[in-house]
Ligand binder design. Sequence first.
Ligand SMILES: Nc1nc2c(ncn2[C@@H]2O[C@H](COP(=O)(O)OP(=O)(O)OP(=O)(O)O)[C@@H](O)[C@H]2O)c(=O)[nH]1
Ligand SMILES: [Mg+2]
Length: 428
Amino acid sequence: MTGLARAGKTAFLTSLAANLLAMGAGQPTLPALAARLGGRRVSVALAQSGASGVPRFDYGAHLDALAAEPAAWPARTGAVSLLALDVTVPRAGLAGQLPPRRLRLEFLDYPGEWLLDLPLLRMSFADWSEGVLRRLENQPVAKDFLTFSTALPGDAARDEALAATGHRLYRSLLHRLRDEAGLAYLQPGRFLMPAPGPEPPWIGFFPLRGRGGLAGLLEERYAAYANAARQDLLSPLFGKLDRLVVLADLLTALASGHEGFADTQAALSAASGALRWQSSWMESVTALLSLRLPPPVIGRVAYAATKADHVAARQRGNLRSLMKALTERETEMASAWFAIASIRCTEDAAWQLGGRSVSAVRGRVAGQGVALSYPGEVPDQPPDDAFWTHPFFALPDFEPTRLPHARRAGIPQIEMDALLAFLLDDVL
Ligand SMILES: Nc1nc2c(ncn2[C@@H]2O[C@H](COP(=O)(O)OP(=O)(O)OP(=O)(O)O)[C@@H](O)[C@H]2O)c(=O)[nH]1
Ligand SMILES: [Mg+2]
């Protein structure tokens, strides 16, 4: 399960665990999944960590924070973690007499920052630098870094201190672009979300044009970085992935304006473009390197626009279509698109706006109490220039809905049940 920063990954996993556990206890939390099961009653339990080397997704802490008074959204995630559930499913139809099927469902919270490293694996340092430097040209916050890098002559000598300075400036720029400008298409991802453990020396690079000694040093480091990213993909953890959920917060991207939306669009397209070749690429390389059978390849992908509770039901079809228009690729993977809310915080409400009735939503907004919101008409295609003359209104920060009984009754959601029914269809 992956998505760009703030896409709603932690909320998704927390709600998924709470709702599957509650479903196992007989609660009607995931109707579409229950329909797919056709009356079979599953049992669900959090799996023991055993000898796993990956940190566990802290389901209990996230749920407690959401259920507390006042409720808190999860904090920003700092590392990869794994949610593992043991599920027992009675068999359907004639096989009903056989013992039930035991499944281990493992969901990896894969940082979106790292997803954006995939395109680097097949891109040269020069091409990557060119693309990054061009995207930075119009960024006011990039001034310090660009002043530094344009002052460097194309044949600058190989110099560790210069490399260190450039790296520091570039890395702090990436942080500002993410945290202040709200951008997502930022590479390399491990500069923002470092891999666990001490930082290797080859991390110290930055984008640079030219053919001198310094560019050579940076190119070597870039290659070492790409190699490490490749090794991570080949590790048993990632080699075992066989289905994927990609989350994106398109509503916030729409509200952030033309440039912000273009950034999200570029990031999504780079990431889903990389996934298209990932399966065949991984298959052949692993098979060659280790002379063993290729690992299972990703066979199912669910793409979901998140936080769909910010718009009324009538608009969610458009949101789903927009997600599809942004990510659809020719691929052998079974793909489906959704507009979900992991934690539904609003209800639909009619609202008189400028003399006409619009379908709005009503929820509790931090510091304001209950408020109505209508951000605008969601486009079903990437918006044209005319759209940006009447931009979206800012989205309110809804407080998490009150969940005093989340542990027993689950968490109200939108379309997460349909997403799970698709994702698990073959194993059910
Ligand atoms: N209304 C609403 N808001 C949501 C929902 N899911 C997430 N949010 C909002 O989006 C924010 C980010 O959600 P997270 O689940 O922390 O996102 P993330 O992808 O894990 O973020 P990082 O770990 O920082 O990359 C939350 O703090 C909420 O404000 C939802 O289903 N409904
Ligand atoms: Mg998170």
